[in-house]
Ligand binder design. Structure first.
Ligand code: PMP
Length: 363
């Protein structure tokens, strides 16, 4: 057995061991095909089957109703920051709910494409909370409302999405996609890069309501045009074949090994609670960045009494095989990303290390 540490990286992130093992087992030759998935044509029958299986698995896992297209795109979630306004603004203005660094980036890129505004921005509180009821000023005539489901850097996550009435809700689900059930019918569009919960970097999943495709302007470059990409079933050019293959293995793992997204969410909540409880019961030694009512089950963020202690924490944790715990520089402190594939044993070990570290370092 190869030695592996517990990897708390925010992404690319830990993958389920059975997925890595299957990819390794079949790397030289896909069963019944005799060619590696790294060598296969994207127009071949076996790859068509992988695409079809992956889409069907997403439909089943998420309960995607008819009337939605599933696209596999490149350029990461960052390209969606531009493609969303390019395709969906249609001369109108859009509202952005900014709850952290990624929402801020999405808004900045959208500004280059047309008229957009921040309907709420949590910057004054260093993005440690979500808008309270009544704080949101949404325009009923907006082209769409953009929201970031889980802010990977600050560790702030929506439980229930804001109600937007007839205005389509467009959501960046990059860091909590496939971690819990999602009422897809409440969204106009969802996008998520794969390298957190859905596999490896290279593919971004877009789920978009058919009627929104009519908004894409005629002169838009084909590679940036949802309508053209949908018409060509994401095969307008060579798609990221290997990343789609890994996504197919992830969806199979979620269906067959985990038993669906409700079960996945339950386990993710259980894992997050182990760490949240330590923060809450530490008497202020560990200070969570996000407010308790909106803290993320995916990225748990906290500070220690000093930057020196934070550096020692990261160093000692690494010696205990708990890796990639340093927080993002804009928040500081510690960030533990505990995506789907992080086993609960890894979170228990981190919890035990935190308790011991506090005992040795609290005054
Ligand atoms: N949105 C969120 C919430 C993210 O966490 C990330 C990546 N960490 C991005 C967007 C950008 O994704 P990509 O690097 O695939 O462009």
């Amino acid at each position: 057995m190869v030695e592996r540490v517990f990897n708390f990286s925010p992404g690319p992130a830990v993958l389920p061991l059975p997925v890595l093992e299957e990819a390794q087992r079949h790397l030289l030759s896909l069963p019944g095909v005799g060619i590696s998935v790294l060598e296969i044509s994207h127009r071949s029958k076996p790859f068509e089957a992988i695409m079809a299986e992956t889409k069907q698995a997403l439909v089943e896992l998420l309960g995607i109703p008819s009337g939605y297209q599933i696209l596999f795109l490149q350029g990461g979630s960052s390209l969606q920051f531009s493609m969303v306004p390019m395709n969906l603004l249609a001369g109108n203005s859009a509202d952005y709910i900014v709850t952290g660094s990624w929402g801020q980036k999405a808004l900045e890129e959208a500004r280059k494409e047309g008229e957009v505004r921040a309907a709420w921005d949590g910057k004054a509180d260093n993005y440690n909370r979500l808008p309270a009821a009544g704080e949101l000023k949404l325009s009923p005539t907006a082209a769409y409302v953009h929201v970031t489901s889980n802010e990977t850097i600050q560790g702030v996550q929506f439980r229930d999405m804001p109600k937007t009435g007839n205005v389509p809700l467009v959501a960046d689900l990059s860091s909590d996609f496939l971690s819990r059930p999602v009422p897809v019918e409440q969204y106009g569009m969802i996008y998520a890069c794969a390298q957190k919960n859905a596999g490896i970097s290279g593919v971004t999943v877009v789920i978009v309501r058919d009627e929104l495709l009519a908004r894409s302007p005629e002169k838009l470059s084909s590679m940036l045009d949802y309508r053209v990409l949908a018409k060509n079933d994401s095969l307008l050019n060579t798609p990221p074949v290997f990343a789609i293959y890994i996504l197919s293995l992830i969806t199979r793992w979620l269906k067959n090994d985990v038993g669906g997204l409700a079960k996945m969410a339950k386990l993710n909540d259980e894992k997050a609670k182990l760490l949240h409880d330590v923060l809450d019961e530490s008497g202020g030694f560990y200070r969570g960045h996000a407010k308790a009512d909106c803290r993320s089950a995916m990225n748990v963020t906290w500070r220690l009494p000093s930057e020196e202690l934070e550096a020692t924490f990261v160093k000692e944790a690494k010696a205990k095989k708990l890796h990639e715990l340093k927080g993002h520089r804009s928040v500081g402190g510690i960030r533990a990303s505990i995506y789907n594939a992080m086993p609960i044993e890894g979170v228990r070990e981190l919890r035990d290390f935190m308790l011991d570290f506090q005992k040795r370092n609290a005054r």
